[in-house]
Design a protein around this ligand. Structure first.
Ligand code: ADP
Length: 267
């Protein structure tokens, strides 16, 4: 199955009997891609994430991780390899020190004391927050908490990292720090799946964009294919990125040629 790392096949899920949150979602996630998920509040993005990391069990349909159908015996491996960084770090962080917080996942994997210590040191260094190791997480700034919650997942060595609206609570300075961290994770071979309402961020950063609407996927393609499609934008109530508008104006005026494909090919 080429480079597909996770396959979701016809996933259905309902919280209540009268309303479906997911209505048959199928999606292949490729190794090392930067996949963005767009869609209005309530369109099913978070429910989908919880179905593909084993927290929720699909009502119908199947999840495959590296070609292996996930049944009861595969849930542990799935949860280890598909980490979620939640929108609000306060909902994710549970321990009373940063060290304890980041140790929690590796300890649950049954690793030795030395290995847990190494994982924690490495994850905190990775996120440039080793100096916070003895601090109580709840007194950290929003940007620091976000980095702790990412270190949690890095310490698990998850291959796929899902970010549920990661920039929602960050100020502009921390958005820059966060994007640099994402870039590093991507270059280090992580598969990134990111939901956001920040269309400019998606346009700048995505390899591929998928759009959810009312429990279904209504678009799947390159950033330009999806974000230049009037019908998709209208159906999902999305705005075209300003950067893409600017690019098209430059092409119209023959200042650049269309084959440049912004923004990542312009460096
Ligand atoms: P999104 O992440 O795109 O905002 P969600 O997956 O959170 O969408 O929500 C999809 C649908 O499921 C919505 O109708 C929402 O109200 C409902 N829903 C989400 N979480 C719960 C829950 N814990 N209990 C009941 N309904 C829920």
């Amino acid at each position: 199955m080429d480079d597909v790392i996770l396959k979701a096949e016809n996933i259905h899920y309902s919280y209540d009997s009268d309303k479906k949150a997911l209505k048959g979602v199928s999606l292949d996630i490729h190794e090392k891609e930067r996949l963005f998920i767009l869609g209005a509040n309530g369109s099913g993005k978070s429910t989908f994430f919880l179905n593909i990391n084993g927290v929720l069990k699909p009502e119908r349909g199947a999840v495959y991780y590296k070609d292996r159908l996930i049944d009861k015996s595969g849930i542990k491996e799935l949860r280890k390899n598909v980490g979620i960084v939640f929108q609000d770090a306060d909902n994710q962080i549970i321990a009373s020190s940063v060290r304890a917080e980041v140790s929690f996942g590796p300890m649950n994997l049954g690793l030795s004391r030395e290995e847990v210590k190494k994982r924690v040191d490495d994850a905190l260094n990775y996120m440039n927050i080793h100096h916070l190791i003895d601090r109580p997480p709840h007194y950290l700034s929003g940007g620091e908490k976000k980095r702790v919650s990412i270190a949690d997942i890095i310490a698990m060595d998850s291959k796929i990292i899902i970010f549920d609206e990661p920039t929602a609570f960050l100020d502009p300075k921390n958005v820059v720090i966060f994007e640099e961290a994402l870039d590093k994770m991507s270059k280090d071979g992580k598969t990134l799946v990111i939901s956001t309402h920040d269309i400019e961020f998606a346009y700048r950063f995505a390899d591929r964009i998928v759009v959810f609407c009312d429990g279904n996927i209504i678009a799947d393609g390159s950033p330009i294919d999806v974000l230049d499609n009037e019908k998709v934008l209208k159906t999902a109530n999305l705005k075209k990125p300003i950067l893409l508008d600017v690019f098209e104006t430059l092409v119209e005026k023959s200042i650049v040629t269309k084959d440049i494909v912004p923004p990542r090919n312009i460096e």
